[in-house]
Design a protein around this ligand. Structure first.
Ligand SMILES: [Zn+2]
Length: 236
Protein backbone atom coordinates (compact mmCIF):
# COMPACT_ATOMS: atom_id res chain seq x y z
CA UNK A 1 0.00 0.00 0.00
CA UNK A 2 1.31 3.46 -0.90
CA UNK A 3 1.82 5.58 2.19
CA UNK A 4 0.54 9.16 2.37
CA UNK A 5 3.40 11.46 1.38
CA UNK A 6 1.80 14.86 1.72
CA UNK A 7 -1.16 16.26 3.49
CA UNK A 8 -3.72 19.01 3.00
CA UNK A 9 -4.06 19.21 6.76
CA UNK A 10 -2.19 22.16 8.25
CA UNK A 11 -1.08 20.29 11.40
CA UNK A 12 0.20 17.21 9.57
CA UNK A 13 1.84 19.33 6.88
CA UNK A 14 3.91 21.07 9.58
CA UNK A 15 5.53 17.81 10.71
CA UNK A 16 9.14 17.12 9.66
CA UNK A 17 9.32 14.05 7.35
CA UNK A 18 10.72 11.75 10.06
CA UNK A 19 7.86 12.61 12.42
CA UNK A 20 5.23 12.35 9.70
CA UNK A 21 6.63 8.90 8.88
CA UNK A 22 5.65 7.73 12.39
CA UNK A 23 2.02 8.41 11.48
CA UNK A 24 1.99 7.65 7.75
CA UNK A 25 1.58 3.83 7.91
CA UNK A 26 -1.52 4.29 10.10
CA UNK A 27 -3.23 7.17 8.28
CA UNK A 28 -6.27 6.17 6.29
CA UNK A 29 -8.02 8.56 3.94
CA UNK A 30 -11.80 8.85 4.31
CA UNK A 31 -14.53 11.05 2.90
CA UNK A 32 -17.51 12.51 4.70
CA UNK A 33 -20.72 14.03 3.31
CA UNK A 34 -22.76 17.00 4.46
CA UNK A 35 -24.41 16.13 7.82
CA UNK A 36 -22.13 13.11 8.43
CA UNK A 37 -21.36 12.43 12.10
CA UNK A 38 -17.73 11.59 12.91
CA UNK A 39 -18.31 11.05 16.62
CA UNK A 40 -21.36 11.33 18.88
CA UNK A 41 -21.60 12.73 22.39
CA UNK A 42 -20.67 10.00 24.87
CA UNK A 43 -18.88 7.80 22.32
CA UNK A 44 -15.40 6.64 23.20
CA UNK A 45 -12.85 8.05 20.76
CA UNK A 46 -11.42 5.28 18.59
CA UNK A 47 -10.08 7.44 15.75
CA UNK A 48 -8.64 10.91 15.46
CA UNK A 49 -9.48 12.80 12.26
CA UNK A 50 -7.26 15.32 10.46
CA UNK A 51 -9.53 17.05 7.91
CA UNK A 52 -8.06 18.01 4.55
CA UNK A 53 -11.22 19.74 3.37
CA UNK A 54 -14.78 20.40 4.50
CA UNK A 55 -16.02 21.83 7.79
CA UNK A 56 -16.98 20.03 10.99
CA UNK A 57 -18.96 21.61 13.83
CA UNK A 58 -18.58 20.55 17.45
CA UNK A 59 -22.12 20.49 18.83
CA UNK A 60 -23.06 20.53 22.50
CA UNK A 61 -26.35 18.76 23.25
CA UNK A 62 -28.34 19.95 26.26
CA UNK A 63 -30.58 17.62 28.29
CA UNK A 64 -33.70 19.46 27.09
CA UNK A 65 -32.81 18.81 23.44
CA UNK A 66 -31.22 22.18 22.65
CA UNK A 67 -28.14 21.93 20.42
CA UNK A 68 -25.53 24.65 19.99
CA UNK A 69 -22.15 24.74 18.27
CA UNK A 70 -19.01 25.45 20.24
CA UNK A 71 -16.44 25.58 17.43
CA UNK A 72 -15.97 24.86 13.75
CA UNK A 73 -13.06 22.79 12.44
CA UNK A 74 -11.48 22.43 9.01
CA UNK A 75 -8.12 21.59 7.51
CA UNK A 76 -6.35 23.68 10.19
CA UNK A 77 -7.14 21.24 13.00
CA UNK A 78 -8.23 17.79 14.10
CA UNK A 79 -11.14 15.98 15.72
CA UNK A 80 -10.69 13.84 18.82
CA UNK A 81 -7.26 15.02 20.00
CA UNK A 82 -8.24 15.02 23.70
CA UNK A 83 -8.26 11.22 23.51
CA UNK A 84 -4.48 11.28 23.07
CA UNK A 85 -4.03 12.72 26.57
CA UNK A 86 -6.18 10.02 28.17
CA UNK A 87 -8.95 7.62 27.15
CA UNK A 88 -12.10 9.72 27.05
CA UNK A 89 -15.67 9.95 25.87
CA UNK A 90 -16.55 12.70 23.45
CA UNK A 91 -18.19 15.69 25.19
CA UNK A 92 -19.60 16.84 21.83
CA UNK A 93 -21.03 15.53 18.57
CA UNK A 94 -18.81 16.27 15.57
CA UNK A 95 -21.06 16.82 12.55
CA UNK A 96 -20.00 17.84 9.02
CA UNK A 97 -21.38 21.19 7.85
CA UNK A 98 -19.58 20.84 4.54
CA UNK A 99 -18.52 17.63 2.80
CA UNK A 100 -14.82 16.89 2.66
CA UNK A 101 -12.09 14.38 3.31
CA UNK A 102 -9.78 13.57 6.21
CA UNK A 103 -7.01 11.29 7.35
CA UNK A 104 -8.12 9.09 10.22
CA UNK A 105 -5.74 7.33 12.58
CA UNK A 106 -6.44 4.98 15.51
CA UNK A 107 -6.08 6.76 18.86
CA UNK A 108 -3.58 4.12 20.03
CA UNK A 109 -1.24 4.83 17.10
CA UNK A 110 -1.42 8.58 17.58
CA UNK A 111 -0.66 8.12 21.29
CA UNK A 112 2.49 6.13 20.43
CA UNK A 113 3.66 8.88 18.07
CA UNK A 114 2.76 11.54 20.68
CA UNK A 115 5.01 9.77 23.22
CA UNK A 116 7.92 9.44 20.76
CA UNK A 117 7.87 12.71 18.84
CA UNK A 118 8.35 16.26 20.12
CA UNK A 119 6.97 17.58 16.81
CA UNK A 120 3.76 15.53 17.13
CA UNK A 121 3.40 16.82 20.71
CA UNK A 122 3.87 20.38 19.46
CA UNK A 123 1.18 20.26 16.74
CA UNK A 124 -1.39 18.56 18.98
CA UNK A 125 -0.76 20.97 21.88
CA UNK A 126 -1.06 23.91 19.51
CA UNK A 127 -4.36 22.54 18.25
CA UNK A 128 -5.68 22.18 21.82
CA UNK A 129 -4.58 25.72 22.72
CA UNK A 130 -6.34 27.21 19.69
CA UNK A 131 -9.45 25.21 20.58
CA UNK A 132 -9.40 26.55 24.14
CA UNK A 133 -8.97 30.09 22.83
CA UNK A 134 -11.97 29.68 20.50
CA UNK A 135 -14.14 28.15 23.23
CA UNK A 136 -13.44 31.11 25.52
CA UNK A 137 -14.26 33.53 22.74
CA UNK A 138 -17.45 31.75 21.70
CA UNK A 139 -18.64 31.71 25.33
CA UNK A 140 -18.16 35.48 25.54
CA UNK A 141 -19.62 36.08 22.06
CA UNK A 142 -22.75 34.04 22.87
CA UNK A 143 -23.27 36.08 26.03
CA UNK A 144 -22.93 39.59 24.68
CA UNK A 145 -23.29 39.78 20.89
CA UNK A 146 -26.59 39.95 18.94
CA UNK A 147 -27.73 36.95 16.94
CA UNK A 148 -27.28 38.57 13.50
CA UNK A 149 -23.64 39.38 14.33
CA UNK A 150 -23.08 35.79 15.46
CA UNK A 151 -24.76 34.35 12.36
CA UNK A 152 -22.51 36.50 10.17
CA UNK A 153 -19.47 35.26 12.14
CA UNK A 154 -20.42 31.58 11.69
CA UNK A 155 -21.07 32.09 7.97
CA UNK A 156 -17.65 33.73 7.54
CA UNK A 157 -15.98 30.89 9.44
CA UNK A 158 -17.78 28.34 7.29
CA UNK A 159 -16.90 30.24 4.10
CA UNK A 160 -13.22 30.30 5.11
CA UNK A 161 -13.24 26.51 5.08
CA UNK A 162 -15.46 25.91 2.07
CA UNK A 163 -14.79 28.78 -0.33
CA UNK A 164 -16.90 29.45 -3.39
CA UNK A 165 -19.86 31.79 -3.71
CA UNK A 166 -22.55 29.53 -2.30
CA UNK A 167 -22.82 27.38 0.81
CA UNK A 168 -25.19 24.48 1.32
CA UNK A 169 -26.80 25.15 4.67
CA UNK A 170 -30.29 24.39 5.92
CA UNK A 171 -32.09 26.60 8.42
CA UNK A 172 -32.01 23.68 10.86
CA UNK A 173 -28.22 23.54 10.59
CA UNK A 174 -27.97 27.30 11.17
CA UNK A 175 -30.28 26.98 14.19
CA UNK A 176 -27.89 24.38 15.65
CA UNK A 177 -24.82 26.56 15.04
CA UNK A 178 -26.47 29.46 16.83
CA UNK A 179 -28.46 27.55 19.45
CA UNK A 180 -31.69 29.37 18.49
CA UNK A 181 -35.13 28.42 17.12
CA UNK A 182 -35.80 28.20 13.39
CA UNK A 183 -38.11 31.20 13.60
CA UNK A 184 -35.16 33.24 14.90
CA UNK A 185 -33.02 31.94 12.01
CA UNK A 186 -35.67 33.01 9.47
CA UNK A 187 -35.90 36.50 10.98
CA UNK A 188 -32.11 36.86 11.22
CA UNK A 189 -31.60 35.72 7.63
CA UNK A 190 -34.02 38.37 6.41
CA UNK A 191 -31.95 40.99 8.27
CA UNK A 192 -28.74 39.70 6.68
CA UNK A 193 -30.42 39.79 3.26
CA UNK A 194 -31.48 43.39 3.87
CA UNK A 195 -27.88 44.23 4.85
CA UNK A 196 -26.56 42.72 1.60
CA UNK A 197 -24.69 39.98 3.44
CA UNK A 198 -26.46 37.01 1.85
CA UNK A 199 -28.31 37.01 -1.41
CA UNK A 200 -30.40 33.94 -1.85
CA UNK A 201 -31.87 31.07 0.08
CA UNK A 202 -33.10 28.50 -2.37
CA UNK A 203 -33.07 24.77 -1.65
CA UNK A 204 -30.73 25.27 1.27
CA UNK A 205 -28.14 27.17 -0.79
CA UNK A 206 -26.88 30.47 0.60
CA UNK A 207 -25.14 32.94 -1.65
CA UNK A 208 -22.42 34.58 0.42
CA UNK A 209 -21.46 38.25 0.18
CA UNK A 210 -18.27 38.43 2.21
CA UNK A 211 -18.04 42.21 2.39
CA UNK A 212 -21.59 42.40 3.68
CA UNK A 213 -21.00 39.64 6.22
CA UNK A 214 -17.80 41.28 7.45
CA UNK A 215 -19.66 44.54 8.05
CA UNK A 216 -22.34 42.77 10.12
CA UNK A 217 -20.15 40.27 12.05
CA UNK A 218 -18.97 41.08 15.56
CA UNK A 219 -15.26 41.72 16.15
CA UNK A 220 -14.87 38.11 17.34
CA UNK A 221 -14.36 36.84 13.78
CA UNK A 222 -11.40 39.10 13.00
CA UNK A 223 -9.89 38.96 16.49
CA UNK A 224 -9.92 35.16 16.63
CA UNK A 225 -8.65 34.74 13.09
CA UNK A 226 -5.70 37.06 13.75
CA UNK A 227 -4.82 35.39 17.05
CA UNK A 228 -4.96 31.87 15.63
CA UNK A 229 -3.03 32.82 12.48
CA UNK A 230 -0.36 34.37 14.71
CA UNK A 231 -0.14 31.21 16.85
CA UNK A 232 0.16 28.98 13.79
CA UNK A 233 2.70 31.33 12.19
CA UNK A 234 4.90 31.44 15.28
CA UNK A 235 4.76 27.77 16.19
CA UNK A 236 4.43 25.74 13.00
ZN1 LIG B 1 -18.95 37.98 18.88
Amino acid sequence: MALPTSSGNRLLAALPPADFDLLAPHLQKMSFGFDAVLVRTGDEFKQVYFPMSGAIAFLVEMLDGHIVASTLMGSEGAVGVLSVLSPSQSPVTARAYAAGSAFQIPVSQLQLAFDRSAAVKRILRLHLRTQLLQLQNVAACNAVHPVECRMARWLLELHDRVGGETIQLTQDALAQLLGVRRTTVTLTMSRLRAAGAIKADRRGMLEIKRTGLESVACECYTVMRRRIDRMYGEEL
